[in-house]
Design a protein around this ligand. Structure first.
Ligand SMILES: [Zn+2]
Ligand SMILES: [Zn+2]
Length: 316
C-alpha cells in the first residue's frame, strides 16, 4: 500500500486555495517528498506530516514552481529542525538549478546542516529497499531531463491460512518464516516448504506519478494497468493549443491516457487558477469516470485496484 498526501496542487503560481507543487508518498517508514514548490514547508506543518523522516526528495524537473521551496526548507533545517541526511534526486538540469539555489543562495559557503546529497538520476531503478522500488522514466516537457516516477511493490504470494490449518502448523514464528519464503521445521519434526502454504504470485501495487508533461504517447507502457496514475492537468480542452505550446496536458488528454492505459484510478493535479475545479473534473470524467482532482491536503491510500480518499490523523 502507498499513501499520498498532496501539499500543493497549483500550476505555476499559487492561488488562494492551492499551494505550489509538492506531495509526499509514504510506504511503511519511507517518505518521499516529490517536488518542493515555494511555501511547501508551511504545507508540511499544516498537513501534520512534520519534518521527521522527510529525508528524500524527488524532483520531477527544474522549473521554479517545483523547486523554490527547497531553499526555505534548507533554511529551516539550519535553525530549527534537525535531520541527519537529506537526499535530493533529480535529472541533471533540475539538479544544477537546485545546486545553485542551495549552495549559491542558502548556504553561500556555510556547511549544509545535514549530510546533503544531490543524486543525479537517469531512467531506470533509482531506489529499492524493503518490498518496493522506484523507477524513473523520461517525460517530455519544456527543458531536458524531466522524469516521472513509478512506485511499485514487489509481487507477493499470499499466505493461505486454510492450508496452514490443514497442515496443523502452529501460530508463531513458523508461519512468519513461511510467509518470508523460508522452509521451517516444526516442533513435531516435520519440514514444511513455503509452496505448501502460499498461493500464486500476485502483482504488487503500482503508483505512477508524472509531473509536468506535454505528451502522453510514450507514457502508455509505464502506465499500463497501474492502480493509480497521478498526472498534471494544467489546461482544459478549449485551450488545447496553449497546452501544446507550453508542453502541458489538458484534463481530457490526461483522462484519455488513463483510459487507454487501463489504469484503475486517476488523480489530477497542477491545476491552473484560470479554471474552476468542477470543470476540470467533468472534462476528465466524461472520458474516465474514476477521476479525482486533488486539493491541497487531500490524502489517498492506494492498494491493488483501489484508491481511497482518507482523513489523515495528525502525526506527532
Ligand atoms: Zn509546473
Ligand atoms: Zn514545468
Amino acid at each position: 500500500m502507498f499513501e499520498i498526501v498532496f501539499l500543493g496542487t497549483s500550476a505555476s503560481a499559487p492561488s488562494v486555495h492551492r499551494g505550489l507543487s509538492a506531495q509526499v508518498v509514504m510506504h511503511d517508514e519511507y517518505r518521499f517528498l516529490i517536488d518542493c514548490g515555494e511555501g511547501t514547508q508551511r504545507q508540511i506543518l499544516q498537513s501534520g506530516i512534520g519534518f521527521k523522516r522527510l529525508n528524500r526528495v524527488l524532483i520531477t524537473h527544474g522549473h521554479l514552481d517545483h523547486i523554490l521551496g527547497l531553499a526555505g526548507l534548507l533554511s529551516t533545517f539550519m535553525r530549527w529542525e534537525t535531520i541527519e541526511k537529506l537526499e535530493i534526486y533529480g535529472g541533471q538540469w533540475a539538479l544544477e538549478r537546485v545546486h545553485d539555489l542551495i549552495y549559491g543562495i542558502v548556504l553561500r559557503g556555510a556547511k549544509p546542516p545535514m549530510d546533503l546529497q544531490l543524486l543525479q538520476i537517469q531512467a531506470g531503478t533509482i531506489f529499492a529497499e524493503g518490498d518496493f522500488s522506484i523507477t524513473a522514466f523520461p517525460v517530455w516537457h519544456r527543458g531536458p531531463d524531466c522524469f516521472g516516477f513509478l512506485f511499485e511493490e514487489k509481487p507477493r504470494r499470499p499466505f493461505l491460512p486454510k492450508q496452514a490449518e490443514a497442515l496443523n502448523i502452529p501460530m508463531g514464528p513458523w508461519r512468519r518464516d513461511l510467509v518470508d519464503g523460508k522452509p521451517v521445521t516444526l516442533p513435531d519434526g516435520r519440514t514444511i516448504h513455503p509452496e505448501q502454504v502460499l498461493g500464486p504470485e500476485r502483482p504488487g501495487t503500482r503508483l505512477v506519478h508524472i509531473g509536468d508533461v506535454g505528451r502522453t504517447d510514450e507514457l502508455m507502457e509505464v502506465c499500463r494497468g497501474a492502480d493509480t496514475l497521478i498526472i498534471e492537468a494544467t489546461y482544459l480542452q478549449e485551450e488545447a493549443e496553449m497546452a501544446e505550446r507550453f508542453a502541458h496536458l489538458t484534463a481530457r488528454q490526461a483522462a484519455e491516457l488513463a483510459l487507454r492505459a487501463g489504469v484503475s484510478h486517476l488523480i489530477l493535479t497542477h491545476i491552473s487558477r484560470r479554471y474552476r475545479e468542477r470543470d476540470v473534473l467533468s472534462e476528465a470524467q466524461a472520458v474516465f469516470p474514476n477521476t479525482f482532482v486533488a486539493r491541497d491536503f487531500d490524502a489517498f491510500q492506494i492498494h491493488r485496484g483501489e484508491c481511497v480518499k482518507v482523513q489523515r490523523e495528525a502525526e506527532a
